[in-house]
Design a protein around this ligand. Structure first.
Ligand SMILES: NC(=O)c1ccc[n+]([C@@H]2O[C@H](COP(=O)([O-])OP(=O)(O)OC[C@H]3O[C@@H](n4cnc5c(N)ncnc54)[C@H](OP(=O)(O)O)[C@@H]3O)[C@@H](O)[C@H]2O)c1
Length: 261
């Protein structure tokens, strides 16, 4: 197994895709380090894991807490072999009605916190001349969509940043995988920020009918082990990506008419 005995740090590991990835890496006999804010949910996930596992209660936007977490990991394990940047929040609200604090918060969690943690881990991987970085972007990193202006912006930003890392880090034997899922059956829409910054609180059809986080996790771990650069997973959303790429006018015609937003 490719990730056997590797040290894997996963952000947003208390639920959804991050939780499923934790189980998938554990099944590979990796040492799994879980990071999120909700201590109760982290304990629940940790209790399900039989391979070596530790949890870190850490808000990724709290940079001194991130420094402390990375310091503690290096003191104990001396390495981070795999970094999974998964923590994120979504958005439901028209751009013209959304408070600017919501735009700032989404960029901070999804983009700046991801960059900050990655910058802490890159020197470790460069020194050991190996590593795998995985970033959970979205099809929203490929095209804009109703009510997700800053969410789409944050995921487009990740695309640019990590595509650059793919170019810069290959010389150090560090592989960077960008994952772009469509709808996945998690609580992402419930936890999404509404126009006033309050949780949206509803399970969208896109999530309800989405693929399972477990099936996505299997594909992500396999793609990273194979050194793939990009993984696009989903149903109609993936088709839309190709429509936008090849027939942009048709893409806008379709998306402007979407009722389920
Ligand atoms: N579900 C989808 O349809 C879908 C599609 C494409 C991409 N994605 C991406 O997949 C990733 C995971 O989302 P999910 O679907 O699994 O949703 P989720 O169940 O809501 O999980 C989000 C995770 O991020 C963590 N998180 C949020 N803010 C954080 C912060 N400030 N510090 C540390 N952890 C934080 C949450 O943990 P705590 O609340 O415990 O901190 C939680 O574990 C996100 O980046 C999302 O954009 C999801």
């Amino acid at each position: 197994m490719y990730f056997s005995n590797k040290t894997v740090l996963i952000t947003g590991a208390s639920s959804g895709i991050g939780e499923a990835l934790a189980y998938e890496f554990a099944a590979q006999n990796a040492t799994v380090l879980l990071c999120a804010r909700n201590i109760g949910e982290l304990q629940r996930v940790k209790a399900n894991i039989k391979s070596p596992c530790e949890m870190f209660v850490c808000d990724v936007t709290d940079y001194s807490a991130v420094d402390a977490m990375v310091g503690a990991i290096l003191a104990q394990y001396n390495t981070i072999d795999v970094l999974v940047n998964n923590a994120g929040i979504s958005q439901r609200g028209m751009a013209y009605e959304t408070d600017f604090s919501v735009d700032e918060r989404i960029m901070k969690v999804n983009y700046f916190a991801t960059v900050y943690l990655t910058k802490k881990v890159m020197p470790v991987m460069i020194a050991q001349q190996s590593g795998n970085i995985i970033v959970i972007s979205s099809v929203s990193g490929k095209f804009g969509f109703w009510q997700r202006s800053s969410y789409a912006a944050s995921k487009h930003a990740l695309q640019g940043y990590f595509e650059t890392l793919q170019i810069e880090l290959k010389q150090f034997n560090i592989h960077t995988l960008l994952v772009c899922p469509g709808g996945v059956k998690t609580n992402i829409s419930k936890n999404a920020l509404g126009k006033d910054g309050k949780p949206y609180g509803q399970m969208d059809d896109l999530q309800k009918k989405g693929i399972t986080p477990e099936s996505l996790a299997v594909k992500v771990v396999r793609a990273s082990a194979r050194g793939k650069r990009q993984l696009l997973v989903g149903r109609i959303e993936v088709i839309l990506y190709y429509v936008k790429k090849w027939i942009p006018a048709l893409f806008f015609k379709i998306v402007e008419k979407v009722k389920e937003r």
